[in-house]
Design a protein around this ligand. Structure first.
Ligand code: HEC
Length: 238
């Protein structure tokens, strides 16, 4: 009996050693995975609104982490409320555990608010028309781009054979920018207005296509669209 007991004991110890030794690698991997999922230093996720002036600091989230849906919605909703204060630089802080929100307006110290609804009470409201001077600057910039587009539209230099856009599209006629995006048989896929501009540069003008971020493309699009201002948008309509 004693021998059997001893044998069982040895078998047990051996098995224990094998399991522990064999799982060493696994432990290392697990530790590494955990290090990736939970960096030692607690971080925050900073989400910026489309105007670049409003930010939400979500505490308890790690930068680059996909936030849980409720958190993401809370952040989005808060950013949208902040957007009401058009010109102001606003940073809101969402602490991990409390429902309180802290808000800093135009660099002033953070103030505590109970919920989003309360925000307008403490903020200098930005719901005012844009100053006239600012509007004039915006219009001048727009007019400049339209004028540049007009020049290009009438300039054979855009192509290589002396032909220019206006020769077939006087006053940008038959360009129908308001119908884009739409399926184009020429390209065999849904095209954006810029795709058709490039198509005509490459074909009747025998020129080189313009990159998406090329200022000349922006100018051409702006000019073409400006000729149809007031038209109802009907994407997909031929
Ligand atoms: C030789 C004549 C010719 C020239 C030059 C020309 N196009 Fe076109 N363009 C056409 C034709 C033909 C079509 C096809 C119309 C259609 O698909 O029904 C067209 C289509 C277009 C469309 C799409 C119109 C629509 O109804 O969706 C745009 C936008 C356009 N051209 C812009 C330009 C631009 C910008 C230039 C100059 C870079 C240019 N075109 C030069 C003949 C020309």
């Amino acid at each position: 009996m004693k021998i059997i007991h001893s044998l069982f004991f040895i078998l047990f110890v051996t098995l224990f050693l094998i399991i522990n030794y064999g799982s060493d690698d696994r432990n290392v991997v697990n530790a590494r995975d955990m290090a990736i999922q939970q960096p030692a230093e607690k971080s925050v996720q900073i989400v910026t609104a489309c105007d670049g002036r409003k930010k939400v600091i979500a505490e308890g989230c790690y930068e680059g982490e996909v936030m849980p849906e409720t958190k993401a919605r809370q952040v989005a909703q808060l950013l949208m409320s902040l957007m009401e204060f058009c010109e102001d630089e606003i940073t809101a802080k969402l602490p991990e555990s409390e429902s309180t929100i802290y808000v800093s307006v135009n660099g002033l110290p953070f103030e505590r608010v109970r919920d989003i609804e309360e925000l307008p009470l403490i903020l200098v409201h930005g719901d005012k028309p844009h100053p006239e001077r600012q509007q004039r600057i915006w219009k001048a910039e727009m007019d400049r781009l339209i004028a540049e587009g007009y020049e290009l539209f009438h300039d054979p230099a855009l192509g290589g054979n002396g032909v220019s856009c206006d020769m077939c599209h006087p006053d940008a006629s038959n360009t129908h920018p308001e119908t884009y995006p739409k399926y184009q048989t020429q390209t065999g896929k849904v095209a954006l207005l810029r795709d058709m501009i490039n198509w005509c540069i490459q074909n009747p003008l025998e020129g080189a296509v313009l990159a998406d971020d090329d200022l000349r493309m922006k100018a051409l699009e702006t000019y073409i669209i400006s000729t149809r201002s007031g038209k109802t948008l009907e994407p997909g309509k031929h």
